[in-house]
Design a protein around this ligand. Structure first.
Ligand code: F6R
Length: 256
């Protein structure tokens, strides 16, 4: 794991934007795994401002609420088009977001996995983290080998996401999410976390044991996992000074 601690969320966002910019310049037909929520919003704004060429890029989103109409303002479909896709030259046919209204969801999930494979696999998977350590919507106790499937959100996640809806009761309780096994197959994982409310989940993910109780901890097993966080999110890390030292002394020749 590479732990990149930046003074502010803005600075951490810029680091993440440069990582994605580099990938898109080196590999214009890259396959990106994308996330929604508050964390990647400034990153999407930064990427839009960079005027990159998205014409050959393919994307797969991590997750979607089940049963929420696609046009609902809080569907992840709406989120992605409003906050990223409509502002860049991506081809609609190259955008993949789980269909929370699919008639046969298990079939849809299998197809989603096949589409990822057919696209050549994900080059870079962007991740946020829940206060309970979830990545995608793989909640605590999710199988570390899981594939794209239906999950039930924890009460904590419903509470956390109530801010996007009128009330907690309006947050759909079921979702489709890429599995942890799916995420682990991405060639690179880039996890972002900002704010003190993420500090416990980050400390457990980075310095705790690998356990499905904190699904993000599985990234310790990933060969190319970057964790890009601000100081408040880093505040419970015991070895923060070491991570800063490593990053500050990272040689130019070190690609990862
Ligand atoms: C969203 C997703 C989730 C979020 C996580 C953090 O597509 O997969 O894992 O990344 O719930 O959400 P925010 O960024 O809103 O704190």
């Amino acid at each position: 794991m590479e732990i990149i601690i930046q003074p502010t969320a803005d600075a951490a966002t810029q680091v993440a934007a440069r990582i994605i910019e580099k990938l898109l310049r080196e590999k214009p037909d890259a396959v990106l795994g994308l996330a929604t929520g508050s964390t990647p919003l400034p990153l999407y704004q930064a990427l839009i401002a960079m005027n990159l060429d998205w014409s050959k890029v393919t994307t797969f989103n991590l997750d979607e609420y089940i049963g929420l109409p696609r046009e609902h303002p809080q569907s992840y479909h709406s989120f992605m088009w409003e906050n990223l896709f409509q502002h860049v030259n991506i081809q609609e046919a190259n955008v993949h977001i789980p269909d929370g209204n699919a008639k046969d969801i298990p079939f849809f999930c299998r197809q989603y996995e096949e589409q990822i494979q057919a696209a050549g696999g994900i080059d870079l998977q962007l991740l946020g983290i829940g206060t309970d350590g979830h990545i995608g919507f793989n909640e605590p106790t999710s199988s570390l080998a899981s594939r794209t499937r239906i999950k039930t959100l924890t009460q904590q996640t419903c509470k956390d996401n109530a801010r996007f809806f009128g009330s907690e009761a309006e947050v759909p309780k079921h979702v489709i999410t890429m599995g942890i096994g799916t995420i682990m197959e991405a060639r690179q994982n880039l996890l972002l976390a900002f704010g003190a409310n993420k500090s416990k989940a980050i400390a457990e993910a980075v310095e705790g044991p690998i356990t499905s109780i904190n699904p993000a901890s599985v990234l310790q097993m990933h060969p190319v996992a970057k964790v890009c966080i601000d100081e408040p999110a880093a505040s419970q890390l015991k070895r923060a000074d070491y991570y800063r030292w490593v990053y500050d002394n990272k040689p130019d020749w070190q690609t990862f």
